[in-house]
Design a binder for this molecule. Structure first.
Ligand code: DGY
Length: 321
């Protein structure tokens, strides 16, 4: 009997082809997440499930799928939608897609940093509004990056890629996080390891690259924002709930920090209404990995993980193993 593989959303054809070589594939031809009841219905009898952000993968999903379920492959590097201990505790392998989206996400993060410091969104809105403008020496001044310090919370793959881009722009690197990076990473990036409080106080730009966990939820809250420089810029390409959006909107409105660039939101896809009013908030809709090449690579890696587990050769990029 062929293995049943369920894919909860539309994915690139190249990934569907890879899955077909591993079993009988059922793709939910939709872009929005299924609600939990529909999700539980659709995974029934599956040996492998390909999931995405917004799909809650937990004990109940494993029960709904049935005892034959072997693997859940999440098409994302982040897996805060998966209750990993509950799922792996039932003997089901969980995989994610690290590595393949590192450059795309760092490119986007650096783009946000440039947008926020050089007021690019604001400038574009001005032109489109049809308001009159003219060049003069004090017109729409931003701030430069050269010689400034980029503070990174979470110097993993994406944090390092962001740091490399910053080095090319003449920035200095400091970082904080649960784990200290390897000495060769610190020396390549000339990166200083600081406590989180030191980093908040020193950074001219702070970029978040940590996973969302109970420890990092609202890591950047009112008290963290109060430690930042009034000239500092906050960039978030990690997960929305890492930042308390209401507190951030207040800090931006009162000029307690200079600007923010957000790709992710606390109650995605909803955005804190106060942020929408602010010219110093750059807001984009979760586009970190949104390139044709990267999204194909992510879906293909998820497909390869499913195929490998079903073939009994073991997952390529497991989590919680
Ligand atoms: C991820 O992979 O975790 C991103 O947020 C979506 O690409």
């Amino acid at each position: 009997m062929q293995s049943r593989i369920v894919v909860t959303r539309r994915i690139p054809d190249s990934a569907v082809e890879l899955l077909r070589s591993a079993g009988d594939v059922h793709v939910c031809e939709r872009d929005r997440a299924l609600d939990p009841a529909e999700l539980h219905e659709v995974v029934r009898g599956a040996h492998g499930v390909v999931t995405m952000l917004g799909d809650r993968v937990d004990d109940e999903l494993v029960t709904a799928a049935g005892p034959q379920l072997q693997v859940v492959a999440n098409v994302a590097v982040g897996y805060d939608n998966v209750d990993v201990p509950a799922v792996t505790g039932r003997g089901v392998t969980v995989t994610n897609t690290p590595g393949v989206l590192t450059d795309a996400t760092a490119d986007l993060g650096f783009g946000l940093l440039l947008m926020a410091t050089r007021r690019l969104g604001e400038g574009e809105r001005l032109i489109r509004s049809g308001q009159p403008w003219f060049f003069h020496l004090g017109f729409m001044l931003g701030t430069g990056l050269q010689g400034k310090t980029l503070g990174i919370i979470g110097l993993g793959g994406i944090g390092q890629a962001m740091a490399r881009r910053a080095r090319a722009f003449g920035m200095n690197i400091a970082y904080a996080g649960r784990r200290r990076a390897a000495p060769e990473v610190e020396s390549e990036l000339d990166a200083r390891y600081l406590s989180q409080d030191e980093l908040l106080r020193e950074a001219d730009a702070l970029s978040l690259h940590c996973p969302l966990t109970e420890q990092t939820r609202h890591l950047i809250d009112e008290s963290a924002l109060a430690k930042m420089k009034p000239s500092a810029v906050l960039i978030n390409t990690s997960r929305g709930p890492v930042v308390d959006e209401k507190a951030l909107a207040e800090a931006l409105r009162e000029g307690r920090i200079a600007a923010a660039g957000l790709d992710v939101f606390e109650r995605e896809p909803a955005v804190e209404p106060a942020l929408l009013e602010l010219d110093n908030a750059v807001l984009i809709p979760h586009l970190g990995s949104a390139t044709v090449e990267t999204r194909s690579a992510m879906a293909e890696l998820a497909a390869r993980n499913v195929a490998a587990v079903l073939a009994g050769t073991g997952p390529i990029t497991p989590v919680g193993a």
